[in-house]
Design a protein around this ligand. Structure first.
Ligand code: PGA
Length: 243
């Protein structure tokens, strides 16, 4: 299985920066690794431009979120059919920032993932415990509940484990913690989802060139979801190289 190297640009980049970054990556990825599937998830405003920039390259396009409905009076939202129409193959749903700042529940995340699947997109469904849950030993219970309630019963999904305390903080989980959580998640999705043995599991949270190789070598880590380090072409390419 190719390692998935997904970049979540969040609400960053100007139009010019987005095009420059995407074109740099699209040109250089060819020389990097055939074992890596690179996915870019730029802000929705730049999807069309970035899509044009990476057309005919090995880089794929993804959205950062989608609405549950196909269309309608939902000011400010983007639907799964729109993402498909603009050339996306993937969409992130349930990122912890959306769970936290937009009060997204597991049930809502599952409905979004179902909308993505129905429209031919692969949802990258994010789960992860908070720092308080980790220190009180509740991390498996928390992630287990998120998996149980956020995942549709469909093998065509990707799960991203992102401990909330490791996102954008420079703190990464130890390799042992990542290994333990990925084993836990693999066991649960194998029971819960038909074909769950082969669903790609990504790790996210302060991944960078310097730690990518060790993280990608862990059993059941099938790729990474990268925030900050995906905004610099060379740093992001060095993560792909580690694959
Ligand atoms: P980070 O973000 O790499 O900046 O920690 C990861 C994410 O939020 O997906």
């Amino acid at each position: 299985m190719k390692k998935i190297i997904a970049g979540n640009w969040k609400m960053n980049t100007t139009k010019a920066e987005a095009v420059a970054l995407a074109s740099d990556l699209a040109q250089k990825i060819a020389n990097v690794s055939a074992d890596a599937q690179m996915i870019l998830c730029p802000p929705h405003a730049w999807l069309s431009l970035v899509g044009d920039t990476i057309a005919n390259s090995a880089v794929a396009l993804g959205g950062q979120d989608c609405h549950t409905a196909e269309k309608g009076a939902f000011t400010g939202n983007v639907s799964a059919p729109m993402l498909k129409d603009v050339g996306c193959q993937y969409v992130i749903v349930g990122h912890s920032e959306r769970r936290q700042y937009c009060s997204e529940t597991n049930e809502l995340v599952k409905t979004k993932a179902e909308a993505a699947l129905k429209n031919g997109l692969i949802p990258i469904i994010c789960v992860g415990e908070t720092e308080a849950e980790r220190t009180s030993g509740q991390h498996e219970a928390s992630v287990g509940k998120q998996l149980a309630e956020s995942l549709p019963d469909d093998a065509n999904i990707i799960v991203a484990y992102e401990p909330v305390w490791a996102i954008g903080t420079g703190k990464t989980a130890t390799n042992d913690d990542v290994a333990a959580m990925h084993a836990f998640i693999r066991a649960q999705v194998s029971q819960q989802v038909k074909g769950g043995q082969s669903i790609p599991l990504l790790y996210g949270g302060s991944v960078k060139g310097a730690n990518a190789k060790d993280i990608l070598a862990i059993q059941d880590v099938n790729g990474v979801l990268v925030g900050g380090a995906s905004l610099q072409a060379d740093e992001f390419l060095s993560i792909a190289e580690a694959a």
